[in-house]
Write a protein that binds this ligand. Structure first.
Ligand SMILES: NC(=O)C1=CN([C@@H]2O[C@H](COP(=O)(O)OP(=O)(O)OC[C@H]3O[C@@H](n4cnc5c(N)ncnc54)[C@H](OP(=O)(O)O)[C@@H]3O)[C@@H](O)[C@H]2O)C=CC1
Ligand SMILES: CC(C)(CO)C(=O)C(=O)O
Length: 326
């Protein structure tokens, strides 16, 4: 295989790189945080519950990919621009990210992935914990109309047992289904400073969560977007359940233990001054406007995250009052 890079040694990048190493392929891990590079060189790459593995780390500043490289892009979307500025024409770029980045879409890269497991990385070292199992969906963006050879690295990911890898014909329905969920979970959990389980156990959070999920489904349907199945239920089934609140609440009790103690990847980003809200709720707002459907909760969530981020405000459940008003 030509040069293979995993860019971003965070929750997703560490899990993906670890899976590749376990499958016998050694990617170079590109990272911008010198603490993570130093800790990785000394203490290996770690996924809690599995053996530490030696890995090769490259500082982003020294990274020079060639046109023959395959690059698994595992940073947050807000860091895409600086990474893309280094990617030469001809390299195979496979983003594994939540949300939609207009800057990335114009590159018309053909392959993409989306993770539905939850992986929480230490801030200063490449040690992660998979706190909720799930899948990695990989596939083509059929909308590009291109037909390049599928990256060989997909086979290695499928061989690894760290998470289940599912290859699909068209990745976009899966990315949009994931957006329906993460654009509901992240703004509520991150502004409230709570774990994902609270969205099902706390009545005020649950009401907001169900309302936002419902609005997200209505926007995606009105925009005529096909949705895949991410997780145990099809999005259409989730929407039907949400229309019967007593049933949604009862099923929420069943799902809550699997979300308890899991974080959302937006957690901490508000205080650090940058979030992916533009790529989540911002994208849904743009779709809603072009489809002519109202999106009051997405607008409120977007404004809340943006204003808290601009002020570096500490998350608090009091912030939800603004969402409840919407
Ligand atoms: N974590 C999860 O459970 C899930 C995450 N996702 C999605 O996956 C994507 C990645 O998220 P996640 O893994 O959580 O992110 P993290 O914040 O955990 O990790 C991103 C890493 O990339 C580093 N980075 C930033 N800029 C660069 C650069 N130019 N070159 C190399 N490394 C860089 C960051 O360093 P620094 O911190 O110093 O900026 C950080 O170490 C996001 O789109 C997220 O929404 C999807 C499903 C679940
Ligand atoms: C866990 C979940 C669904 C929450 O938004 C996620 O994808 C993330 O944290 O990035």
């Amino acid at each position: 295989m030509d040069e293979l890079y995993v860019v971003g040694a965070g929750g997703i990048g560490c899990a993906v790189a670890y899976a590749l190493i376990a499958a016998g392929i050694a990617p170079a891990i590109v990272e911008s945080d010198p603490r993570k590079i130093a800790a990785g060189a000394k203490g290996h790459l770690r996924v809690a519950g599995s053996l530490p593995r030696p890995a090769r780390f490259v500082a982003f500043g020294a990274w020079q990919p060639s046109a023959r490289s395959t690059i698994l892009l595992c940073t947050k979307c807000y860091d895409n621009a600086q990474v893309l500025a280094r990617v030469p024409a001809g390299a195979t770029l496979v983003p594994i990210q939540n949300g939609f980045d207009p800057g990335l879409t114009t590159l018309s890269h053909e392959f993409e992935g989306v993770a539905s497991f939850v992986s929480e990385c230490d801030r200063d070292r490449p040690w992660t914990r998979i706190t909720r199992p799930g899948d990695l969906h990989l596939g083509r963006r059929q909308s590009t109309g291109r037909r390049e050879t599928r990256p060989q690295v997909f086979d290695a990911l499928r061989r690894s047992g760290l998470f289940r890898t599912i290859e699909v014909r068209d990745i976009e329905p899966f990315k949009h289904a994931k957006l329906m969920y993460n654009a509901a979970i992240s703004p509520i959990a991150a502004t409230g400073g709570v774990d994902n389980g609270r969205l099902l156990s706390d009545p005020s959070a649950r009401r907001l969560f169900f309302d936002l999920l419902g609005e997200n489904f209505r926007i995606l349907s009105a925009a005529g977007i096909e949705l895949g199945r991410v997780g145990p239920l099809r999005p259409e089934t989730v929407a039907r359940i949400l229309r019967r609140r007593w049933l949604a609440t009862a099923m929420g009790r069943f799902f809550e233990p699997s979300l308890r103690g899991t974080y959302c990847s937006m957690a901490g980003d508000i205080e650090r001054g940058r979030t992916e809200v533009e790529n989540y709720n911002g994208h849904l707002i743009r779709l809603a406007r072009s489809a002519g459907v109202p999106c009051p909760l997405n607008e409120a969530a977007f404004d809340l995250v943006r204003s808290m981020t601009a002020r570096g405000q500490r998350p608090s459940t009091a912030a939800w009052r603004l969402l409840a008003a919407a």
